[in-house]
Design a protein around this ligand. Structure first.
Ligand code: PLP
Length: 394
């Protein structure tokens, strides 16, 4: 039989994450590839999920989401950002941020429409755009003075007559960049000049470091009305397996996204929604301590990777450190990460897989630090062998 997969999805065969995680298991390597924490979320919130199941909260919840969660999301965005979203009509609960992104792109784009995204980008963006029959227009983030950013002229040049939307991920996976107000103003101006819709992936909204503030694009003048703002409990509360996210937007945009979402999944799982509502109301102190812990882990891993000989980009947010492998004498991140288990017993992700044009990211490798300190320390001690191996071979 010829390949049964539809042509528009053939470029998305197997993800690097599957390959690298299998490699980690097969070789007994430390896995700093996967972006999920190896510790649990707040205990009282976990208890709420158990109680919800035990308490008979197990049938289809309303399509837009459980009212308690929509209310808690609305309060959260009001308290944190001064953004008012009506829990009835401006908040939609989704099966993680991933479904929210897919439903938004499918809802907003006609076939042939163009969607701008900053590369390297989260891997589901290109797949969602392809599912919609739309075209992804990448704008490359490049290191400038130690952090990844875009060239405003390149961003402007990416806009054309078919541009419908821009996907904005800040704090940004995989570079760790948190967009500044000036960067967001560039994006906002462009959206207003060309009547674009912004779809913002803010899953790391609470995970910023050194006092860096996360600024939702929707808080900029003129942007709330054209922004589909997406969050998720997965990263905020270290429950990536719960797949509970939400969209906040004006009613007509929420209606559009919900029209698609209802036929993808109809609704999201009920018990997690009650538990996450509890988390948003009572566990933001826990999130602050998670943020402090992650900052210390970032410092631990960045110091270790620098000592091992990598050029390290210090992230202002997220779970990830971006490194340049060239100082160690390597040029291709894909080749290095495939060899890394035998060279050092560590698994990482070649950043080039997050690019539309992989050659632009061939020398970058991403390491995750949302891991226990002992795991990070062991990985670092193994990685210092890399530089030594280089010394030995001259
Ligand atoms: C983890 C992640 C997601 C997926 O979130 P879910 O809620 O698990 O679907 C989306 N975007 C980025 C940038 C992520 O890192």
């Amino acid at each position: 039989m010829s390949d049964p997969l539809a042509a528009r999805m053939r470029a998305f065969g197997t993800t690097i994450f599957a390959e690298m995680s299998a490699l980690a298991v097969r070789t007994g390597s430390i896995n700093l590839g996967q972006g999920f924490p190896d510790t649990d979320g707040p205990a009282a919130m976990l208890e709420r999920a158990v109680a919800a199941i035990g308490g008979g909260f197990n049938q289809y919840p309303p399509g837009p989401g459980v009212p308690e969660l929509r209310q808690a999301v609305s309060e959260h965005h009001g308290d944190h950002y001064g953004l008012a979203y009506d829990p009835d009509g401006e908040v939609l609960v989704t099966v993680g941020a991933t479904e929210a992104i897919a439903a938004a792109v499918l809802a907003l784009c006609e076939p042939g429409d163009e969607v701008i995204a900053f590369e390297p980008y989260y891997d589901s963006y290109a797949a969602s755009v392809a599912l919609a029959g739309a075209v992804l227009r990448p704008v490359t983030l490049r290191p400038v003075e130690g952090r990844f950013t875009f060239d405003p002229a390149e961003l402007r040049a990416a806009v054309g007559p078919r541009t419908r939307a821009i996907l904005v991920n800040s704090p940004h996976n995989p570079t760790g960049t948190v967009f500044t107000r000036a960067e967001l103003e560039e994006i906002a101006l462009l959206c207003q000049e060309h009547d674009l819709i912004a779809v913002t992936d803010e899953v790391y909204e609470h995970l910023t470091f050194d006092g860096v503030e996360h600024i939702p694009l929707a808080t900029l003048p003129g942007m709330r009305e054209r922004t589909v703002m997406i969050s998720s409990a997965g990263k905020t509360f270290s429950v990536t397996g719960w797949k509970t996210g939400w969209v906040c937007a004006p009613p007509e945009l929420v209606r559009a996204v919900q029209t698609v979402k209802q036929f993808l999944t109809f609704t999201a799982a009920a018990p997690w929604q009650l538990a996450v509502a509890y988390g948003l109301r009572h566990e933001l102190g826990w999130v602050l301590s998670l943020r402090a812990d992650l900052q210390a882990k970032r410092d631990r891993l960045t110091a270790g990777l620098s000592a091992a000989g990598f050029d390290v980009y210090r992230p202002a947010g997220t779970y990830f450190v971006q490194t340049d492998i060239r100082p160690l004498g390597f040029a291709d991140g894909l080749a290095l990460t495939r060899e890394l288990p035998s060279l050092a017993g560590v698994v990482a992700i070649p950043t080039q897989v997050f690019y539309a044009r992989p050659e632009r990211g061939s020398h970058f490798v991403r390491f995750a630090f949302c891991k226990q300190d002992a795991v990070i320390d062991e990985a670092v001690s193994r990685l210092t062998r890399l530089g030594k191996a280089e010394d030995g071979s001259g």
